[in-house]
Write a protein that binds this ligand. Structure first.
Ligand code: HEM
Length: 193
């Protein structure tokens, strides 16, 4: 990965994920993630590399347009924390490219677990020392899969790829988002996971 690491980005130095290799393989098989998808994600990384800020503008616009979502970037009284939004944005951008380009190995799995923790009572706010609400409701984690997937498609069409390749990249993106949200849900309820 090139470019300076975003503030609070600790990829490569997080404790191992409690998810076992066998659980991980079965989860990948469940979302039908194949070697072809991994190749399509590499292609998507090249397509998205110089569009990350535009993608983030769309996603942040979506959050800003919904008071019940922007509340998670605000104090319990509802004051939106611009510094917190900005710091998380840097990591969010890196995550887009990590999802496309990183090998899904033990290090990747560890950081996936860390991202899950950062959405919950365990670790939300801690990375940025933000005085925000302490936890993101599980239902919105699942609900977010749709906008994070659907809004990506127009960006995947922008570099002149065939309809078939755009579809491959989009399906692979959908699969990795679903896979990751499934991993991120472990901290919400380890015993039920
Ligand atoms: C953090 C992605 C759901 C609010 C993050 C990060 C990523 C991400 C990549 C940065 C992780 C890091 O620290 O490196 C996603 C995706 C979601 C999802 C792909 C579902 C498909 C949500 C929802 C909300 C939300 C529903 C509520 C509005 C936040 C907040 C942080 C964060 C507040 C900062 C957490 C902290 O304090 O460290 N998210 N997220 N996310 N996300 Fe999400």
């Amino acid at each position: 990965m090139t470019a300076q690491a975003p503030a609070g980005y600790t990829y490569g130095s997080t404790p191992p994920s409690p998810v076992t290799p066998d659980e991980f393989e079965k989860l990948k098989a469940t979302v039908l993630l194949t070697a072809d998808d991994e190749e399509a994600l590499r292609m998507a990384g090249d397509v998205l590399e110089d569009q990350v800020e535009d993608v983030l503008d769309v996603w942040y616009g979506f959050v800003a347009a919904h008071p019940h979502l922007v509340a998670y970037f605000a104090t319990p009284d509802g004051a939106v924390l611009q510094d917190y939004l900005a710091r998380v944005r840097g990591r969010f951008g890196r995550w887009i490219l990590d999802s496309c380009r990183r090998p899904y190995d033990g290090e990747w799995l560890s950081y996936a677990h860390e991202i899950g923790l950062r959405h919950t009572f365990d670790k939300k706010n801690r990375t940025d020392d933000a005085p925000s609400v302490p936890h993101i409701s599980l239902r919105y984690m699942v609900g977010f899969i749709y906008p994070i997937t659907a809004t990506m498609r127009p960006f995947l069409t922008k570099k002149g790829h065939s309809d078939e390749d755009v579809e491959r990249m989009h399906q692979a993106w959908f699969k990795t988002v679903t896979l990751q949200v499934a991993l991120w849900l472990r901290p919400y309820s380890p015993e039920k996971w």
